[in-house]
Design a protein around this ligand. Structure first.
Ligand SMILES: Nc1nc2c(ncn2[C@@H]2O[C@H](COP(=O)(O)OP(=O)(O)OP(=O)(O)O)[C@@H](O)[C@H]2O)c(=O)[nH]1
Length: 410
């Protein structure tokens, strides 16, 4: 765990990033589809099982703590999985509503079709976004960032842009609002330079500090101690002025709960470190599409399916979700609001590159900067272990991520 992960993880205010509203697939909607479980021996039993032990026990009432929608696992029976997969053993198409949960969960690894490599849905029209507030955040690493909070017209989540450097500004934030005072503008972050006690104008920064160079150089030094500099694959001189951008999808487990099942926390830290070092600055667009868009509750079920032997793609499919349910129109709209035309995108995900440019090519990815797991580069601070190894391998082999497995296969 890196310094920033440790610090961020203990900051309870970070939990504000969790959705205010229940994710799709909440238990309310599932109860329609889930047969009520009955206790059988030390587990739960579904109607239809022929085990004698189950039959003798099936009238016992479940304990009070049991969810009425708890899914049964009967390790002896393959009939559950047959039901789940259909007559031909096929998983139903992934267009089913994320709110749908199958009536049962198979107990052993299943052979399911490889996820379709469909690119994400491209919106014909970009969503409208509005930056409603921006604030300076001095970070625990010493780097100052500007957190921009966005609202939009397609969901009610608060998506974020974490801006590094003071050159990148939001059009919608800076636009004057009818009837607002200078104080109103400063309160919502529509000011230039720095705020200081007694400042009266949002536009003219006449503080003694304003002539000083911002402290980014100093803070970069402290961030650079977090890990040795990763290799940037910038062709000589060609794209240096384009800012680095990372489009990052919410991962409560990897960013807050110290999970070593994925490398999401590490990627966020590494993106921040690279952006703090880059003279062109950078932006992390933090999209609230937890669990590749299926929500935290469903992702946790997917984790249990992974512990039962399925990979991360199979787990999504078994839960009747697409392998990847995300879209990137909001990211495009946010980048356009920040007036970023040419960007260098930090990603291994080919879908993101294809999607972020948007229908009218409002944003152009002039370079992809790979995100190589720190452990694979023998650098300190990387997430290690069997689970993250499996997760990364599945991304490469099933989801087409642009990353080479290390020679030892781990
Ligand atoms: N459904 C599901 N989602 C997961 C799992 N592990 C991590 N995630 C989610 O996967 C997403 C990772 O997204 P990003 O960090 O944007 O990365 P990416 O699209 O994989 O690609 P890169 O840009 O190359 O990192 C987050 O929303 C995580 O919550 C898993 O096992 N199952």
């Amino acid at each position: 765990m890196t310094d920033t992960q440790a610090t961020r993880s203990f900051d309870t205010s970070s939990s504000g990033l969790v959705s205010e509203s229940p994710e799709k697939g909440s238990s309310d909607s599932m109860s329609i589809h889930s047969p009520k479980p009955r206790v059988a021996g030390n587990g739960y039993h579904f109607p239809g099982s022929n085990s004698s032990i189950d039959q003798s026990m099936n009238s016992i009432t479940p304990p009070a703590h049991a969810s009425p929608t708890l899914l049964a696992v009967n390790p002896m029976s393959r009939s559950d999985s047959t039901t789940l997969l259909g007559a031909e053993g096929q998983v139903p198409p992934s267009i089913l509503s994320p709110a749908f949960t199958p009536p049962t969960t198979p107990s052993t690894p299943l052979i399911v079709p490889v996820a379709s490599k469909n690119p994400p849905k491209l919106m014909e029209e970009l969503p409208r976004v509005n930056c409603i507030v921006r604030a300076r955040i001095p970070t625990t690493t010493g780097t100052e960032i500007f957190l921009h909070l966005y609202q939009n017209n397609i969901d009610n989540k608060e998506h974020l842009a974490i801006v590094f450097g003071n050159k990148i500004r939001s059009k919608s934030l800076d636009a004057p609002r009818e009837g607002e005072t200078e104080l109103d503008r400063m309160i919502r972050g529509a000011y230039t330079g720095r705020l200081f006690p007694g400042r009266t104008s949002s536009r003219i920064d006449d503080s003694p500090m304003s002539s000083r160079v911002p402290s980014r150089a100093a803070s970069s030094t402290s961030l650079s101690k977090m890990a040795p500099t990763a290799q940037l694959t910038t062709p000589e001189g060609s794209t240096r002025t384009a800012p680095l951008v990372r489009i990052h999808s919410e991962c409560y487990t990897g960013e807050i709960a110290w999970s070593a099942r994925c490398d999401c926390g590490e990627q966020l830290d590494e993106a921040a470190r690279l952006m703090s070092l880059d003279p062109a600055g950078g932006v992390v667009v933090y999209l609230r599409q937890e669990g590749r868009g299926i929500g935290l509750g469903e992702k946790l079920k997917a984790y249990n399916l992974q512990d039962l032997g399925n990979d991360t793609v199979q787990a999504n499919l078994i839960l009747r979700h697409p392998a990847d349910a995300r879209s990137y129109g909001l990211a495009t709209a946010i980048l356009m609001d920040l007036e970023l035309v040419n960007i260098r995108l930090l990603t291994n995900n080919p879908d993101k590159i294809a999607a972020v440019e948007g229908p009218g090519k409002g944003v152009k990815v002039v370079e992809r900067v790979p995100m190589i797991p720190l452990a694979w580069q023998n650098l300190k601070g990387g997430v290690t272990g069997k689970e993250v190894g499996d997760y990364l391998r599945t991304k490469i082999t099933q989801m087409g991520h642009l990353l080479d497995l290390p020679a030892d296969g781990n």
